[in-house]
Design a binder for this molecule. Structure first.
Ligand code: ZN
Length: 73
């Protein structure tokens, strides 16, 4: 099972299960993730898996633009 916020693997017997009003069930590896999820988007929090994915995606896009520009020149 993975943490809904940071994307880390949660060992069985660890972590927090959090049920929202919308019947959505979230799994958190720690209190830190649970609290952060209430106030901050995972995409905007540096240490989460989602933020890392976004950073890498952005890097790929920048690289792609660079190579496209080089072809035109
Ligand atoms: Zn977590």
């Amino acid at each position: 099972m993975k943490c809904s916020y940071c994307g880390k693997e949660i060992k069985s017997g660890h972590g927090i299960i959090f049920a929202k009003d919308t019947k959505q069930v979230l799994y958190f590896c720690s209190k830190k993730c649970r609290i952060n999820s209430q106030y901050r988007k995972p995409q905007k929090t540096k240490w989460t898996e989602k933020a890392r994915e976004m950073r890498e995606e952005r890097k790929r896009l920048i690289k792609k633009v660079d190579t496209d520009n080089m072809k035109k020149e």
